[in-house]
Design a protein around this ligand. Structure first.
Ligand SMILES: Nc1ncnc2c1ncn2[C@@H]1O[C@H](COP(=O)(O)OP(=O)(O)OP(=O)(O)O)[C@@H](O)[C@H]1O
Ligand SMILES: [Mg+2]
Length: 359
């Protein structure tokens, strides 16, 4: 059992609070991503698990064992960083078996595990190459093999694909996730790339200024962000002022961007003028017929598979709208008048609180 638990973990550097009262359990075999802007405490959180940084307060457990004061080399943790840090004067094979040699594992066992580890990351043929003779993606896979050969209980990955180009990143994401599922290894992955977080994770823990703001599945954090920071951080968003103009039962009628919509009233709504989140892909632009809210297209950018519009509604609100480029969509041009078709079920009333914690 190798679940990982942070219990009230904080880390200060002098006056600076790098991580504030972190409470988080990563389940056995789970792939959890720490996501957040630069300086929010992601690396510090990982380093406290690895043992290279000591928490100022709080405790960390692997399974039921308190590892807070255990030496780094005794924690059974695999670490992979952004700049792979391979030994340049050692071959791939020597790099990968380095940890086993340090642990005085016998030669025969080293050979068996080396074969197994290189097979996992599909580098069997490159055992005698030097790091400088490898591509970035191959070097990154050597770094991964070097961690996996030690059969750690927990794998920590700190922006491991930061140095790779986009195509290789996409490839490595899929490779790593498949490998992680195959091995069932409890993993914390750090990134500040929200697409990477969304596509790879079982759950995402979003941090800001050392505080956890929300923990949830990719879909939860995208659809029901705990606050405005997360709504803006996770993908493109329209965050708009709304007015409540009527209510009945569990529904309320709101006016937003010139449109009148009937939406579910969330239990936490306590303002007559809430802010609402509407994702750009949940608005569609129709020919300007009927009584619906009208807007003018003020910008149109073509991205191949989709078009991004900026439109200005009659009450002066600017909205982003994205549309898939398929033949059935109405594709207005800059300057055209359109009718806004907003999916009422896509209107999410933002909670007012600034930070929330959903363990
Ligand atoms: N050794 C240190 N001494 C002093 N302050 C530190 C130290 N390490 C980190 N900090 C501070 O702690 C905060 C969190 O840093 P951390 O490296 O965990 O951020 P991060 O989320 O990993 O950021 P990035 O995305 O830029 O890597 C920052 O304000 C940073 O300046
Ligand atoms: Mg970092």
């Amino acid at each position: 059992m190798s679940k990982l638990t942070f219990e009230n973990v904080s880390r200060y550097y002098g006056e600076t609070c790098a991580v504030a009262d972190l409470n988080l359990t990563v389940s056995d075999g789970e792939f959890l991503t720490l996501l957040g802007p630069s300086g929010c405490g992601k690396t510090t959180s990982l380093r406290m698990v690895s043992g290279f940084v000591e928490p100022t307060s709080g405790r960390i457990f692997i399974g039921d064992a308190d590892i807070t004061n255990v030496l780094p080399e005794k924690r059974s943790i695999g670490l992979v960083f952004q700049n792979y840090a391979l030994f340049p004067h050692m071959t791939v094979g020597e790099n990968v078996t380095f940890g086993l040699k340090m642990a005085k594992v016998g030669k025969a066992e080293q050979e068996t595990r080396l074969k197994e580890a290189l097979k996992l990351v599909q580098l069997e043929g490159l055992v005698d190459r030097m790091p400088r003779e490898l591509s970035g993606g191959q070097q990154q896979r050597v770094a991964l093999a070097r961690s996996l050969i030690l059969r750690p209980n927990v794998l920590l990955l700190d922006e491991p694909f930061g140095a790779l180009d986009k195509q290789l990143r996409d490839y490595m994401r899929a490779e790593l996730r498949a490998l992680q599922i195959e091995l069932g290894i409890t993993t914390i992955f750090v990134t500040h790339d929200q697409d990477e977080a969304m596509s790879m994770s079982d759950r995402i823990c979003i941090m800001n200024h050392g505080h956890v703001n929300q923990i949830g599945t990719p879909e939860e954090v995208y659809r029901t962000p705990a606050n405005k920071f997360i709504a803006e951080f996770m993908g493109q968003s329209n965050i708009l002022p709304a007015n409540i103009v009527g209510s009945g039962g569990k529904m309320v009628t709101i006016r937003v961007a010139g449109a009148t919509l009937e939406i579910d009233a969330p239990s936490y709504m306590d303002s007559e003028q809430p802010e609402v989140l509407i994702r750009p892909e949940r608005i569609s632009l129709q020919p300007p017929k009927g009584t619906g809210a009208k807007a003018k297209v003020i910008d149109k950018q073509y991205f191949g598979s989709l078009i991004e519009y900026a439109v200005e509604s009659q009450d002066g609100t600017t909205l982003s709208v994205t549309a898939a480029t398929n033949n059935s969509n109405h594709e207005p041009s800059e300057g055209d008048m359109v009718m806004l078709d907003i999916d009422a079920s896509a209107v999410f009333v933002l909670p007012q609180r600034e930070a929330s914690h959903r363990p």
